[in-house]
Every structure is written in structure tokens, then in C-alpha cells.
Design a protein around this ligand. Sequence first.
Ligand code: HBI
Length: 94
Amino acid sequence: MNPLTAEESAAALAKLPGWTLRGDGKAIARQFAFPDFRAAFGFMAQVALLAEKQDHHPEWSNVYNKVDITLTTHDAGGLTQRDIRLAAAINKIA
Ligand code: HBI
């Protein structure tokens, strides 16, 4: 799978509220904030199941009620439709 062009990335991001393109253009990222750790972890558990279903996994970190997610496609060395698809699914459960 080839990485998205700059134009394709911009068009995809326009439909992904909250996500931003990383400086190198090879990934997208978003921070999620929840009322408490329990809610944050519950979200992470749901994202984990999505990732398994799509066989596409986030690079992420959690500090108490915040979850930072970065999506990129290692196999392609950049941003692909797989990242966009997972980001859209994550936005649905956030
Ligand atoms: N997840 N984000 C991400 N990027 C990948 O390239 C990737 C993955 N999950 C599984 C996966 N690749 C497998 O197809 C193997 O390439 C590891």
C-alpha cells in the first residue's frame, strides 16, 4: 500500500475532527481527555479491539485521564488509508 499524497492526506484529515498531521506528514495524531482514568482505560480497551479487528495498531500513551494516539503505517513508511479508517472508527467511539 502506497502512502497518501499531501493532497490526499489533507482531504482525509478534513473529515477527521480532532486529528492533526505530524510535521513529517507520515502520521496523524489526536489527544483524548476523559473524566478519569477508568474512562480513559475503557476507551483504550475499545480501541484495542478495533485495532485487532482492522489489524492496524496505534502508537499510544496514557497519563491518567488523557490518551494520546498516533497512527502511521509502518509497512508503507507513511500515512495510508488504514490509518484514516482506524482514526474514523476511533472518533466514533470517543
Ligand atoms: N499497525 N499501525 C500499524 N502499522 C502497520 O504497519 C501494521 C500494524 N499492525 C499490523 C501490521 N502492520 C502487520 O500487518 C505486520 O506488518 C506487523
